[in-house]
Design a protein around this ligand. Structure first.
Ligand SMILES: Cc1cc2nc3c(=O)[nH]c(=O)nc-3n(C[C@H](O)[C@H](O)[C@H](O)COP(=O)(O)OP(=O)(O)OC[C@H]3O[C@@H](n4cnc5c(N)ncnc54)[C@H](O)[C@@H]3O)c2cc1C
Length: 345
């Protein structure tokens, strides 16, 4: 999804659309569990996208206690109903979340259920679709309603082909994992009443228990998948993540990495962008010392503006970049940071 919420266009459904709302990553450990949850920017973008798909209710499913602020933010993004399910400790398990999504689908009977297309969301989507006996697709963008059915775009074969899919039409609710990026959504609306959703966890979900939990050390900063700006560390930064951060921090950007940077242990594996990592769709992507191998660039197909700093004028990333600098990151990045500081006074 790029500049418009969920990239939606075309007709609309008469039935509701259900959205599993992505939450902001808690900064506290489980032991200091947050008393209320907040929707992430990507979660609000997905709600806004859903609102463009239907004339009926836009139903947000939130896993956790929803306060007035969260409910108002969801209303501002276009939600007309808020369902809250308390899964307790099971809330991080894809199986339990799929159970909740299935319960919500049965309660709401939506035309489609949308979930975020991150690792967790894709697992939830697949499990929920199996339980519903329904269709499922992941990494979808550019959602439209045509002739009463949902169509979506998705790139395949490492981004070398663009495909358009028609999803559903079998009488069951399809589950679609959607690539989101943060978009401007209207400010808060009037808080909505929060409806409690009863979820009966399946024996299979209960068979998985969280026995310990602690925050993983992270270099990536703001939620990578939904981030508006991402600075990616490639082999060319040679382990100097402080250099990468010196640019990412003033931009409020998340830090991503190529596989090489993860293999070297410079950045945690969860920040790997590409075919075997996460797919991102930021408005601004900045690659530092990244060559632009297809396995990496397949994960940035949804990026808006691509900027690359690389010392090899023949590197593929410079062919696809909107703005490329041929130079040494150790020279160019400090100049960029200085110029940013000057422009911001
Ligand atoms: C099945 C499979 C799956 C894969 N999945 C992924 C994936 O998900 N994500 C991923 O990223 N990769 C993936 N890869 C690996 C991928 O093919 C590339 O090897 C990798 O993306 C290259 O990372 P890089 O650009 O950091 O390194 P390189 O390709 O080595 O590029 C580094 C670039 O930095 C430049 N450079 C060096 N020093 C400097 C400097 N001081 N200043 C500026 N520029 C400099 C170099 O000239 C070069 O262009 C996969 C590979 C396979 C086979």
């Amino acid at each position: 999804m790029t500049d418009t919420p969920a990239g939606t266009a075309g007709g609309t459904f008469d039935a509701p659309v259900l959205v599993l709302v992505d939450l902001e990553t808690p900064t506290t450990s489980a032991a200091e569990a947050v008393s209320q949850v907040a929707p992430s920017g990507a979660g609000l973008a997905l709600v806004a996208g859903a609102a463009a798909l239907t004339r009926a209710d836009v139903v947000s499913l939130v896993l956790g206690p929803v306060g007035a602020d969260a409910s108002a933010a969801l209303a501002g993004a276009g939600a007309t109903r808020v369902l809250a399910a308390d899964l307790g400790d099971a809330g991080t398990q894809a199986g339990a979340v799929a159970d909740a999504l299935v319960s919500a689908v049965r309660a709401v009977e939506p035309a489609v259920a949308l979930v975020p297309s991150d690792h967790h969301g894709k697992e939830v989507a697949a499990r929920a679709a199996v339980l519903l006996g329904s269709a499922c697709t992941a990494d979808a963008s550019d959602l439209r309603v045509q002739d009463g059915a949902l169509t979506a775009s998705k790139t395949v074969l490492s981004g070398s082909w663009a495909t358009t899919l028609r999803v559903g039409g079998t009488g069951t609710t399809p589950v679609v994992a959607v690539r989101t990026s943060e978009v401007e959504v209207p400010g808060p609306g009037a808080p909505l009443a929060v409806e409690a959703l009863d979820v009966v966890l399946s024996p299979e979900s209960l068979a998985v228990r969280v026995v310990s939990r602690e925050p993983a050390p992270t270099t990536s900063g703001p939620d990578l998948v939904g981030a508006r700006t991402v600075v990616v560390a490639g082999r060319g930064v040679d382990g100097d993540i402080d250099l990468v951060r010196s640019l990412a921090d003033p931009l409020g950007a998340a830090v991503g990495a190529t596989r090489v940077a993860c293999d070297e242990g410079w950045v945690e594996r969860s920040a790997q962008v590409g075919q075997t990592g996460v797919s991102i769709a930021p408005r601004l992507y900045i690659g530092l010392g990244v060559s632009g191998a297809v396995h990496h660039t397949s994960g940035i197909q949804g990026a808006g503006t691509i900027v690359a700093v690389c010392d090899d004028a023949e590197a593929p990333i410079l062919q696809m970049a909107d703005f490329g600098v041929v130079g040494d990151v150790r020279t160019v990045v400090p100049q960029l940071v200085e110029e940013l500081g000057r422009l911001r006074g």
